[in-house]
Each structure stands twice: as structure tokens, then as C-alpha cells.
Design a protein around this ligand. Sequence first.
Ligand SMILES: [Zn+2]
Ligand SMILES: [Zn+2]
Length: 379
Amino acid sequence: MAKRDYYEVLGVAKNASEEDIKKAYRKLAMKYHPDRNQGDKAKEAEEKFKEAKEAYEMLSDPKKRAAYDQYGHAGVDPSMGGAGFRGGPEGFGGFAEAFGDIFGDIFGTGGSRRGGPQVYRGSDLSYAMEITLEEAAFGKEAQIRIPSWEDCDTCHGSGARPGTSAKTCGTCHGSGTVHLRQGFFSIQQTCPNCHGSGKVIPDPCPSCGGQGRVKRAKTLEVKIPAGIDEGMRIRSAGNGEPGTNGGPPGDLYIEIRIKKHEIFERDGDDLHCTVPVSITTAILGGTIEVPTLSGRAEIELPEGTQHGKTFRLRGKGIKGVRSAYPGDLYCHIQIETPVKLTEHQRKLVKELDESLKKGGERHSPHAKSWTDRVKDLFK
Ligand SMILES: [Zn+2]
Ligand SMILES: [Zn+2]
């Protein structure tokens, strides 16, 4: 019987990604699951599964896939036993093992690591750090206290009371996994007795409660990059919780919170601030001083500056972590109406008012369009 094309077997395109190939294989493995293919169909399902497994083994290996793409079946004939290639599954044992493999994979039980304790990566930790806007803009070096785990002094990490020792788990015989069998089909699971470590501690160490390690605190130097923004996270690899059964530790994530600033409000790389200006300066014009994150700057107010006018100071914002240029500073003018006037001042304002009225609308740039709009509204 002529061999079917591997891509055809898996039902994927010639340019399918590794992920697509894996997905297709999983689907077929489910389809030809022995639970769904009993009696008459069992034999055919097993054949189909073998065919899919072979196709998967070839196409999931970049070298073999390249050879297959170039020479077809002649390039990768499994019966020739190429480098690193294990022959197709033999009999029911092989079939069961193959299913164990893929189902272990699907259910995430860590089935790929066979014959030893089940290792798990430690959890990630997160740390909230509050910094000022200035610190966010210019960066800072900080020291933080974080939890760390050290080998217990009493048991030196074994978790067993001094003078006693851990024993091999009787349930899994030290492998850390158990196989649930259904006919010739088997699923590998983490041993429920030892939780995958392959060992049990009959007499736990009183200092660490059998954990083998104790929680302490340590100081970590953290470099906050200039331009960091609210909610950004800095990853400190390996500073999370320790792994289980010798697995790698998790990571520490430092999450940035920025304190509200007295003057500036941040919007991405830009800054905004409100600048109060006296009514006389607004009328006559003049130079006003405005704050920036890196010192003072000046704005030339033209004569007759209106309330709400915005002045942009280029480059006086923040240079974001991934930005090529700093943002801008927007100064929003807020005109102050004078309060608590003396009699003399009131008199001067009245005089000014009389004088302005004589001049009519030309002193009030917004008044005409405003009265027109009101008229339109009540027409
Ligand atoms: Zn201990
Ligand atoms: Zn066990």
C-alpha cells in the first residue's frame, strides 16, 4: 500500500506552523482515542493513530521535515531508523505509551519528564512600588525588601527531622507519577501521595514543617528606567517563589505606581499644568515663569491673553521608556479674578469698566459671536 503524504495525514498545509501541526495531531489523537473506537473500529483506529503519530514525528522535527519536503518518504523512511528516531510504536504497549505522551501533554501534567520527580516552576510574585513623577521621568535606583527562601538550618534542606530521612514514596515508587490504566490506554498523573516529589517525609523537621526551606527577607537593588509610566512592570528573573521538586523559581514583577503630582498631570509623554495669571498681566501681557520637571522656564504672554489659552513648551515633557524624543509641556492659562478689593481699587475698576463700555465690542473678542449665538437660540 502506498504511503500517504504526511501533510495529508495530518490534514495541514505544506507551510503549516509547528503549532498547527501539533494541534492537528492532538485532534487526530482524540479522534482515534480507544474509548471512542471499540470493537470493530479498534484495529482501524490504531492504524490511523500510528499513521498520524509517524507523520507528527516527522513534521514536528525541523530536520526531518526539511528532508521530507525535499525527498518525500525516501528522505525520511522511518524503517531506516534515522538519527534520533525511534521506530514506530510496536503492539499495544507502544500505542498506550504514545497516548500517555500526548495526553500528558494535553492535560499539562508534565508528562514529558519521565521516570523522575515531577518538577514545577515557582509562582511569580508581584511587588507594587510607588514613585514620584520626577523619579518616573528621570529613573532611579531603589532597594526593596522581598521574600526569599533559604535552606532550613535545622534539616539542611532535607525537610526531615535531624536523625531521620525521607523515604521513597510507596505509591509511585519514587517516580512521582502514577499511571491510570484503561485497557491498553494509560494516563500519567502526578502521584497524589507525594505530590510528584517521589519521596515522603515520615517525621518532618520541626523548624520548617518538612518544607526544607524557610522564608526570609532579602534586599534587592532595582533600577527603575527613566520614562517609566503608571502600571508598567519590571521583571526580576528568578526572584519569585522557589520551584517544587527542584523546578526553576518564578519571577518577581515590580509594578509601578506614580504618586499624584502637585503641579503636573501626565498624559503619556506629555505633561499638563494649570498656570494662574493675574487679570492685569493677561490684559497687558508680560513674561510669566512656569515650572518644568527640570527647572523653571518662561512664557511670553501676549497682550490680551484669554482665559484657557494653552502654551506648549516643546520637549519639556517626559521621554518615555520606548520614545525617541521627550513629550511636551502644556501650560493652561487660568486668569484670576481679583478678590477683596479696596474702595480705591473698586473705583479704578469702575472707571475702567465705563471706559471699556464706551469702546464697545472691540474690547470683547468673544462677546459679539456669543450674543449672536444667544439671539439665534431664542429666535
Ligand atoms: Zn527543616
Ligand atoms: Zn509518590
